[in-house]
Design a protein around this ligand. Structure first.
Ligand code: SF4
Length: 260
């Protein structure tokens, strides 16, 4: 489908915005300064280190979506999965939500972004990543030469935790069958986990996100690239080193997907 001039200009503006914010002097050089970094994680700045992750992914049963009491949407029907999520009352997070947020994008996407949980804006709109962090994520997506509707964006829990706290493990486990079905149906070529919460469910171990980022993990044969959450970039606005690291991570994803 042909893009209009306005769409092309908007995409170019987003691309340039993110490149500038990532540090144009680095990014416009085209490749990481240290090509040997392509498969190794760079240490994060000291203040980027997170407390040790809770270990391990959800139980195998939940990873496979086999929790007996959980709703069982038709794995082949995206609309049915979304409907089940919007009506779900399987964990206590449903009590305070305005809207559940299943996710959005292309159900045949090669690239899937998985964040932590909906925030206030997402809860109000029923869409993922629409707040300030979401705007930055969408700039990153444009900078990666993807349209928003070419990727799929979701979270490990579909309802907003109170006061935006980190979702508890039992909440993630309760919600996991939906994510497992989304991944199973989309079959992405690459998953990007945003921040420590989703990463700890995809990449085993107790390492901090600053140590895990930049190296591909594996989830059922799908490469998983952990990187910092856009909200972390916003909290550290002006720290070009963090932006540069995120951009390095995304460049590795782009190489894998033939975008570089
Ligand atoms: Fe259901 Fe997930 Fe919302 Fe809990 S967070 S109520 S499991 S959709």
């Amino acid at each position: 489908m042909k893009k209009s001039a306005a769409e092309i200009l908007a995409g170019l503006r987003d691309h340039v915005d993110f490149l500038a914010e990532a540090g144009a002097d680095f990014v416009l050089a085209g490749t990481p300064k240290d090509p040997g970094r392509a498969t190794g994680a760079r240490s994060a700045p000291k203040d980027a280190m997170e407390p040790p992750c809770r270990p391990g992914p959800p139980s195998q049963e939940l990873r496979g979506g086999a929790a007996s009491a959980h709703p069982q949407p038709d794995d082949r029907d995206p609309a049915e999965i979304e409907r089940q999520v919007r009506e779900c009352r399987f964990c206590p997070l449903h009590k305070l939500r305005t809207n559940a947020v299943p996710g959005e994008g292309d159900w045949a996407a090669a690239l899937m972004f998985i964040g932590e949980a909906p925030g206030r804006d997402e809860d109000l709109q029923g869409r993922p990543f629409v707040g300030r962090a979401g705007q930055l994520l969408r700039k990153i997506i444009a900078a990666m030469k993807f349209r928003e509707d070419e990727v799929y964006i979701t979270n490990v829990v579909k309802c907003r935790p109170p006061e935006n706290r980190v979702p508890h493990r039992d909440e993630v486990e309760a919600c996991w069958p939906y994510l497992a079905r989304q991944i199973g149906l989309i079959k992405p070529k690459v998953i990007v986990t945003l921040g420590k919460t989703p990463t700890e469910y995809f990449v085993p171990g107790r390492a901090a996100i600053g140590e895990l980022r930049g190296k591909f993990g594996d989830y059922q044969g799908i490469p998983v690239m952990p990187t910092f959450h856009p909200s972390y970039l916003i909290r550290n606005e002006g720290n070009r080193e963090i932006r540069r690291m995120v951009w390095e991570d995304m460049q590795q994803v782009m190489v894998l997907l033939g975008k570089k």
